[in-house]
Design a protein around this ligand. Sequence first.
Ligand code: PRX
Length: 669
Amino acid sequence: MSTPPDPSNFTSILHENRVFKPAAAFSKSAHVSSLAEYKRLYAESIRDPERFWGRRANEELVWKKPFKQVLKFKAPDAKWFIGGKLNAAANCLDRHLEEDGRANKAALIWEGEPAPNGKPGEERTFTYRQLHREVCRFSNVLLRHGIAKGDRVLIYLPMVPEAVIAMLACARIGAVHSVVFGGFSAQSVADRVSDCGAKMIITADGGYRRGTIVPLKKNVDDALRLTNAEGRLIAASIRSVIVLRRSNHDIHIEEGRDYWWHRELEYVGDRHEAAVMDSEDPLFILYTSGSTGKPKGIYHTTAGYLLYTKLTSRYVFDLRENDVYWCTADIGWVTGHSYIVYGPLANGATVVMYEGAPNWPEPDRFWRMIHRHRVTVFYTAPTAIRAFMKWGDEWVKKHDLSSLRLLGSVGEPINPEAWMWYHEVVGGGRCPIVDTWWQTETGGILISPIPGATPTKPGSATLPFFGIIPEVVDDKGDKVKANEGGKLVIRKPWPSMLRGVWGDKQRFRDTYWKEVPGSYFTGDGCRQDKDGYFWIVGRIDDVLNVAGHRIGTAEVESALVSHHSVAESAVVGRPDAMKGQALVAFVTVKTGIRATQALRDELRNHVAKEIGPVAKPDDIRFAEALPKTRSGKIMRRLLKQIASGNEVSGDTTTLEDLSVLTRLNQSEE
Ligand code: PRX
C-alpha cells in the first residue's frame, strides 16, 4: 500500500543540529516549566492512561452525567468515557458565563477582509455571553427547520463568525456538522451531501477573497441540480438551505427551500437548553483526501475530542486567561475545528478570526492584525511563512509585534530556514515555536513541543503529547533504529482518535489499521533521532500536501479522465520551494485530440469544477504514453523523478516500454 520514504528527503534535516532551549522567563510561568516535568507527566500518562485521562475528563469537562468507564478498545474501535453525558457547545459557552466569570470576556474577535483601498475591514467582537446568545438563537432556527439529534448539516460558509455560530448550534442541538471549505466546488458539495445524507446546507450569498466574491450560494444551487449517471439528484437529501447575507450581491432564492439567516432569527427566542449527548455521539464529519477514491468522511465524537482539543490547546499554546490567540486556518479544515473553535473556546480563550488572505490588500495583513489586536499566540502554516519570507522582512518590520509570546506551525513539514526566519523576524528571537504534527484523523495535536519545557530543533515536531505513543517502524511493523527512516504509527488509542469513516467501516480498517496490524497508521514517513525527536518527512501514500492542503492524487486523476479529451492521467507531487509540494499531472489525450495550451487551461479549469480551485494542477504535461509495468501499473516513482527534473534512477527493469521514458523527458517544454 505504501512505499518507504525516499531517504533523499532527509538530507536537509539530517544535518540540522541547532537546539533552542526555552527561555527561563517563559518557562517560569508556563503550564509545564521544565523538560523533567514534561517527562514526569508523560510517563504518568503512559503508565496508566485510563487513570490519566479519567482524571482529566472529570476535571476539565462539565458532565450532565458522569461516565462509568474510561476506555473500551478493541482495534480499531475505541470508545471513551462510556456512559457519560455532556454537550460540547455548553462546554465551550455556558460554563464560562456564570460559574467561570467570563461572560463579558471577548470570545471571538473577527476581522473581515479589508477594502481594496486598504481601509480596514469590518470588525465584530462577541463576548462569551453574546456568542452564547447567538448560538442559542441559531439552535432554535435549526430546530424550527426540523433538524433533530443525529441529523447531518453541511456548513459552506466564508470565514465569518456565523461559521462558528453554526457549528456550535449544531453541537448544541446534537446535530452532526460537516463543514466544507469554500475552495471546493458544487460537485464536491453535492458528493459530500450525498455521502452523509445531510438534510440542510448553511451557506452565504458569497464570501470575500482578495477583492473578489466567492459565489457560495450559486455553487449550492448548482450542487442541488447535479445528477448522477442514473439521472437522480445527487444531493436529494437536502430539505432546506439557510443563507447568510454577506456579500450582498443578487442571488437566487428558491421559495420553500431557501431561507435568509436574518429572517429566520425573527421567529425564534434566545433561550435554548443544550441537548444531552452521549460521550460517543458523533460531533462532526470532516471530509479529507485519501490515497484512493473519493474523500473520506472522517468522524469524531463528543467527549474524547473535546477533552483532547481542550488540553492540547492549553498545554501546546500555553494558554493563559489574558492571551489573545489567533489561528489563521480556515474553519473548513480540521485546524479550524480544533484550534479556532472547540479547543480554545473550551478553555475560555479570546480567539481572533479573520476573513481574506495573507497578502491582501498588501503582504502585511497578518502583521497588521497582530499589531492591531495585540495578538499574543499566533498559529499559522509553513506555506504562509515561506511566502512572507519571499515578500520581504520590511512588511513584518513595519508593525509592532512585541505582544507576541508564542508561535505555532501546522499542516506540513517546516524547513529549518523558514523556522529560523519565523523565530527571528516574527518572534524577535524571544518566542518559542511549536511545530505541531497531527491530522484530520487524529483530531488534535499528537507531536509537538510543550513550550517552556521542550528544547526545540528547527524542522522537528519534537516529542509526543501526553498519552501518545508514536513509533517509527519498518515494513514488518518493528521499530527501526534511531535516525533510520520508516512509517509513523501510533501504538495506543487516544481520546480524539477518529471513530471511523462515515458509512464505510471497511475503508476505516483498510486505510488505518491494516498496514501495521493493531496500530494506527498515519500515512507519514518519519525519522526519530537519538534524542527521541520526531522528524516528519511527509506522506508516503498517494496523498499530496500542497500548501498545507491535503489532496489525493487518485481524486485529481479521476477528475482529469472525466474530461472527454483525456485517455489517461497520473498525478504526482514535485517539491516546491513555496508550497512544499506542487501538483504535476501527466496526461495522455485521446486519439485525434491535439495537446495544446488551450487544452491545458481547460483541463485545469475542469479539475477546479470537479473538485475545487484548491486542487488545480500546477503543471500539466502531455505525454504519448505513461511508464507502466508489464502488469499495467503506472510507475509513479519514475514520474515523480521526471516531474522533479531528476535523472530517472533505480530499477527500471519492470518497465514495459523503455522508450516511454525518453519521450517523457523530451515532452518537457
Ligand atoms: O503529512 C502530515 C502533514 O499533514 C498531514 C495531515 O493533513 P490534514 O489531515 O489535512 O491535517 C492538517 C492539519 C493538522 C499529515 O499526515 N502535517 C501536518 N502537520 C505537520 C505535517 N507534516 C509535518 N509537520 C507538521 N507539523
